[in-house]
Design a protein around this ligand. Structure first.
Ligand code: NAD
Ligand code: DAU
Length: 349
């Protein structure tokens, strides 16, 4: 892989992936990061990468739905492999306004597939990043495997399911060399503070209410973002073409327990001025429509065939994440105030 196209590299997981690839992995080629810079994309995350790896890193502001621009990027940079992260990723937003999800997640993926189809002889691998939400919801027992039928319940997960089907169909029909990974909930540095874990950390730090949807007994299988990135790179190097791999953290927890855990860690390290326990800030709020009850991943295939396993435990990962948000207050302020968007406008228009 000499010229790897990473889409959505200025988002939460894309940022970690680019940092991991250039700073820690055995990757020696060039990354071309294409990102539309929606509210979720922040190129400031990669300023050090831009400085430290001028030969190996290029950023291009672009929309994956723009067929002409994407074709130009493939040719201009001699793209020979793709790692496709770019998406609208927040379930709550997909419930309020699904349009952008259909456009980016389905049409954008289709567009990348068409670019790849017309350059098949140059393409080593198209790796598509997807989610465990395509499988729907579990009861108390059982796990999602790669054989679990798709049953998405939100506009977000339906759009991701649709893009997965397109990627698989391009393999069967046109011989596209592709792999797909379906991953559970990620957490860690640079996550946009609308998602549960950063939202709770920041509200709890400031003594604000902590919203828990419904009864708080919904279960997610949490994975530290760096572990997701090592899994993706493992699949990109060794994954069998045409295959899907599930990625999970073996870290199932009910939302309420997770929120309590964050409260307790913060009470231990940064007490509130009035010495209240942060658990008192928890508020049960109206449930998310169509809220999936439980996700849990069986990643035996990835473990047995490609020898991958996650490293972080939920407690060490959460402690590291809390530390990151405490140490990066400026990032938080710029993201929350929208200052990063002003910076983007002056640098990239
Ligand atoms: P994110 O919302 O933090 O980042 C998405 C990035 O894509 C942003 O930089 C945004 O600017 C960019 N983008 C959006 N629309 C674009 C377009 N039309 N053209 C180009 N760029 C565009 O998302 P994330 O949490 O980093 O998720 C990345 C991928 O991983 C997504 O495909 C998501 O479905 C998948 N995923 C996420 C999780 C999770 O827990 N966050 C778990 C499993 C899978
Ligand atoms: O499972 C993988 C998916 O995980 C990814 O595909 C998505 O891109 C990612 O956003 C994430 O989806 P969730 O909907 O599970 O993540 P979120 O952080 O929004 O919510 C996690 C759980 O916490 C979920 O059960 C809803 C609940 N929640 C969320 C928020 C924002 C609350 O109880 N309160 C909140 O304020």
């Amino acid at each position: 892989m000499k010229n790897l196209l990473v889409t959505g590299g200025c988002g939460f997981i894309g940022t970690c992936f680019i940092q991991y690839l250039l700073e820690e992995s055995d990757f020696t080629g060039r990354i071309v990061n294409v990102d539309k810079l929606t509210y979720a994309g922040n190129p400031e995350n990669l300023i050090d990468i831009e400085k430290d790896f001028p030969q190996q890193y290029v950023f291009v502001k672009g929309d994956i739905c723009d067929a002409g621009k994407m074709a130009w990027i493939f040719d201009e940079y001699g793209i020979d492999s793709v790692c496709h992260f770019a998406a609208e990723s927040h379930v709550d937003r997909s419930i309020v306004s699904p349009d952008a999800f259909i456009q980016t997640n389905i049409m954008g993926t289709f567009n990348l597939l068409e670019c790849s189809r017309s350059r098949l002889k140059d393409l080593i691998r198209f790796h598509h990043i997807s989610t465990d939400e395509v499988y729907g919801s579990l009861g108390r027992e059982g796990y999602f495997t790669e054989e679990t039928p798709y049953k998405p319940n939100s506009p977000y997960s339906a759009s991701k399911a649709s893009s997965d089907h397109l990627v698989r169909a391009y393999h069967k029909t046109y011989g596209l060399p592709m792999t797909i990974s379906n991953c559970s909930n990620n957490y860690g540095p640079y996550q946009f503070p609308e998602k549960l874990i950063p939202l709770i950390i920041l509200n709890a730090l400031e003594g604000k209410n902590l919203p828990v949807y419904g009864d708080g007994l919904h279960v997610r299988d949490w994975l530290f973002v760096r572990d997701h990135c090592t899994a993706i790179w493992t699949i990109m190097k060794k994954g069998k073409m045409g295959e899907t791999y599930n990625i999970g953290g073996s870290n199932e927890m009910e939302n309420l327990k997770l929120v309590e855990m964050i409260c307790d860690i913060l009470d231990e390290t940064n007490r509130l001025d009035d010495h209240r326990s942060r658990r008192e800030l928890i508020r049960f709020v109206k449930d998310r429509p169509g809220h999936d009850r439980r996700y849990a991943i069986d990643f035996t295939k990835l473990n047995q065939e490609l020898n991958w396993r996650p490293e972080a435990s939920l407690e060490t990962g959460i402690r590291e994440t809390i530390r990151w948000y405490l140490d990066n207050r400026r990032w938080v302020e710029r993201v929350r105030s929208g200052e990063y968007q002003t910076w983007i406008k002056t640098h990239y228009t």
